[in-house]
Design a protein around this ligand. Structure first.
Ligand SMILES: [Ca+2]
Length: 136
């Protein structure tokens, strides 16, 4: 039950924070990981996008620049939170997702994904926890 409430809280928070659609992150996102470390999302030529043609994105640390997670789709909003309650911060984000149909069946929708923290600062492969056809 706690996880459901937390998931709903995160979804509502993310939905409120997401602006109009588009394939690019809307602004530079810096996440406070604690202990003076911040995480940021950047275009990364070493990451393939969902279609294999475009480049994807990586989440990196300001401490050492290491890649902590990769994104095939441009994340619209990214948050750090302990999604599963194990005491390790997890990555929660929304992406414009071509596998999700939009409200009119023509445009694409969104998915909310969670990548559980491994405990070393990096994250497991993300899983879709919710999809929605519109953010308006
Ligand atoms: Ca966790």
């Amino acid at each position: 039950m706690k996880n459901v409430i937390l998931a709903l809280t995160v979804l509502v928070s993310l939905a409120v924070l997401v602006g109009c659609d588009g394939g690019e992150p809307q602004h530079l996102q810096m996440l406070n990981a604690g202990n003076g470390e911040y995480l940021y999302v950047k275009l990364d030529q070493n990451v393939k996008g969902s279609d294999g043609l475009h480049i994807g994105y990586s989440l990196r640390s300001t401490k050492d620049g290491r890649v902590l997670h990769t994104f095939q789709y441009a994340p619209q909003e990214v948050r750090l939170d302990d999604f599963d309650g194990d005491g390790v911060k997890d990555l929660v984000y929304i992406v414009l997702d071509p596998s999700v149909k939009g409200f009119d069946g023509l445009h694409i929708g969104y998915s909310t994904r969670v990548a559980l923290g491994k405990g070393d600062g990096s994250f497991q492969q993300a899983k879709v926890v919710a999809t929605f056809d519109s953010i308006e």
